[in-house]
Design a protein around this ligand. Sequence first.
Ligand code: ADP
Ligand code: MG
Length: 385
Amino acid sequence: MESSSWPSGFDERRQDIHDRSYPEQSTSIRRPGRQAHELIGDPHLVPGWWPATSNLEKLTNSTSSSGTASSLTNAESPPDLALSIAVEARGLRKEFDGLVAVDSIDFQVLKGECFGFLGPNGAGKTTTMKMIYCASPRTSGRLLVEALDVDTFPRETKAKIGVSPQEENLDPDFTVFHNLIAYSRYFDIPRRVAEARAEKLLDFVALKEKRDVVITELSGGMKKRLILARALLSEPKIVILDEPTTGLDPQARHLIWDRLEELRRQGVTIILTTQYMEEAARLCDRLIVMDKGKIIEQGTPQSLVEKHVAQRVLEIPAEPEVIIELEKLGSALFDEIGGRLHIYTNQPETILADLQKRHAILRSVIRDATLEDVFFRLTGRELRD
Ligand SMILES: Nc1ncnc2c1ncn2[C@@H]1O[C@H](COP(=O)(O)OP(=O)(O)O)[C@@H](O)[C@H]1O
Ligand SMILES: [Mg+2]
């Protein structure tokens, strides 16, 4: 999408957010996500991945007394890491009648980055998203959006965040266009402004032709795109997308990816949950893997692949004698997945040639390791639904 198709002032505001967040950088740079995590170096290499928060705490305390966030984003402010933090959680916890859905987790999302939450069903991703966008109060811990406590400042928090929830919640009685207009009232957006934004956003998500169609006539992919447009109506600084492409066909998924990449270039902070590793690897600057309410791993997609698997994977049929040999060898990392052995190695050709000396190995595949390999290593293969 051309930046000119945004509502008036939108691009300028994005650039302004970027400039205030990264005052030391050239204003022509529009890749704040990648640069944002460079502020704290490679998270995989630095012990204690998340930056210290002493300055943030100072700022938070001073902000609470002034009651606004504006003092934190003043262009005069020193280039402080705290100013670059969009969302911070410390010991964030949510219980439902004794069930611990989110088990005292810590994370920080930097402004302008795309930050992913991965994990099997029931990991606690949606519960975490809902706490951030004020749809569900936390049980305990600390949760700040741009240095303001979300429970103390729910109006300010909601004004900053656009939400695409996991469950589709469009109004079936309205047309596509009127869903956007009705939603704009929650943000007190003047009618004419809302109409102009709605037209441009429908163009952005390729739904112009469906403008006057009722929701029941939309495909799943169209509904997801409309929900994305709706999330952008208030021109939020932060967009939370809870499984934005689940159930979509590849074309629809790629269109959403393309639009999210465009938003990220505009400087919007994107927080995303997904079950698709390809999606996370493609979009996310950094990500967290959750399981059973806890964070079990975190880092850049590349660093997680390097840490947990090798560069490449040799896949061969899971024959018992080969497994015994690999176990004896002890040096090759492997998993048995769906009747196949996945051997993680930087020398797949050498291992294959060696195994072929003693075994008839059919249907071997050599490929690059992916985040999906990491995901299975970390969360296992048992079904979670
Ligand atoms: N409103 C609720 N009441 C009771 N339990 C809930 C509620 N919402 C979520 N849970 C439970 O919390 C856990 C985490 O759920 P959720 O955050 O939806 O996981 P995810 O989005 O990772 O699939 C699950 O065990 C789920 O059943
Ligand atoms: Mg969920």
